[in-house]
Design a protein around this ligand. Structure first.
Ligand code: SAM
Length: 364
């Protein structure tokens, strides 16, 4: 785990523990679990039963491999499953979670039996985490599992989908999500003016109608940008100049088409750096030719470089407002559905700029 991921996983685990304790949950479902770091820390530090759901099979396999290498697998299940915004997917999700809970319980019962059989022998081979697990399960043996649904870096529509599952499925008692990549949310139309999952709440929808304002793809991209803390103005000018020249180079000399550029806009803007060295057929243009083309572009674009700082200043002013609006809309939607909801920063935003979490539980 790199230091950024470590910071996120530790802080998020503490935030999740608070919500789980409040809502009485013993199972944590980590959606978009990736390589399973969050689940592993949650299990080890707080002893929750963990179900990691991940749409990419290679990540699930990676998570399982890591788990087998480093820890006891008891109490943790990794499953390949993709959540969709449909009733069918929600029903499948419910079935998968119930099955996993049953398997986790069986596993635990087996361990318990082994433990009883070996009770006369000291040092029966069970790890302390296994013992804690059994204790944890003993307390809620007869109850239906209460589930807390969490997600670290839920991109695009994943957070809104999770919110809908949370609202509809009774066994999900709490939610804790950190979102990212708002610009990957789906739009209803080709002009990217009608985002399906923003706004969600009646309040923000009404406000947008009154103001005749809707978020564009670029507005959502801006919401997911670096915060002001991560931007060093001394470097930004040089960095942006290099970036702009590389992107223009890619577009102009056919390494990247306009369509590629629009796709690339939706992702990270720095892919031009890699593409610079490759022609479409995979060969490399001579270095002198690249230098000459970049110099040509520099003199052509130089007149615009004075706008870099003011535009960056505008960017860092608007970014928190747009991100806050998206979170506030989600919080209001959850409250409109009758649940408790709040938005709070859980990471140091210098280390991790997407530091807000939407946290919700069901009123008892
Ligand atoms: C940005 S990564 C975060 C991974 C992990 N939570 C972490 O922080 O290390 C988002 C993950 O969510 C997964 N994902 C995206 N959409 C999903 C969906 N609809 N259902 C399940 N997983 C999804 C992706 O495959 C990816 O592994």
């Amino acid at each position: 785990m790199n230091p950024k991921k470590y910071h996120e996983v530790v802080c998020m685990s503490a935030a999740i523990h608070q919500v789980a304790a409040q809502s009485g949950c013993s199972v944590v479902v980590d959606v978009g679990s990736g390589l399973g770091y969050l689940g592993q820390v949650l299990h080890k530090s707080y002893n929750y039963k963990i179900i990691g759901l991940e749409s990419k099979g290679c990540h699930t396999t990676g998570a399982e491999k890591r788990l087998h290498k480093t820890d006891s697998t008891m109490g943790i299940k990794n499953v390949t499953f993709e959540l969709h915004d449909s009733q069918e997917s929600m029903d499948q999700f419910a079935t998968v979670i119930q099955q996993c809970c049953q398997e986790l319980r069986q596993e635990c019962d087996e361990k318990k039996n082994q433990r009883s059989a070996a009770s006369g022998i000291s040092g029966n081979g069970l790890k302390s985490s296994d013992f804690l697990m059994e204790k944890h399960w003993d307390t809620d043996n007869t109850e239906t599992e209460k589930v807390l649904m969490v997600g670290l870096h839920c991109c695009g529509d994943l957070t809104p989908i999770m919110m809908k599952y949370f609202k509809a499925l009774d066994f999900i008692k709490g939610l804790c999500c950190v979102s990212c990549c708002f610009h990957r949310m789906k739009f209803l139309d080709d002009h990217n003016s009608n985002c399906i999952n923003f706004p969600m709440s009646c309040v923000v929808r009404k406000l947008c109608q009154e103001l005749e304002w809707h978020p564009s793809l670029y507005g959502l991209r801006l919401a997911a940008q670096e915060t002001r803390l991560g931007i060093t103005f001394i470097f930004i000018r040089m960095f942006e100049i290099v970036r702009v020249l590389l992107v223009l180079y890619s577009c102009r000399w056919g390494v990247q088409s306009q369509a590629d550029h629009e796709y690339h806009m939706k992702n990270v803007a720095y892919r031009g750096i890699l593409q610079l060295y490759l022609n479409k057929d995979g060969s490399s243009p001579p270095l002198d030719k690249i230098k000459e083309s970049l110099r040509e572009l520099y003199s052509e674009q130089e007149q615009y470089f004075k706008y870099i700082e003011p535009i960056t200043a505008l960017q860092v002013t608007l970014q928190p407002l747009l991100e806050w609006l998206i979170y506030k809309d989600r919080e209001l939607w959850l409250m409109e559905q009758g649940t408790n909801a709040t938005v709070k920063p859980i990471f140091d935003d210098f280390i991790s700029p997407r530091n807000l979490a939407i946290i919700a539980d069901k009123k008892s």
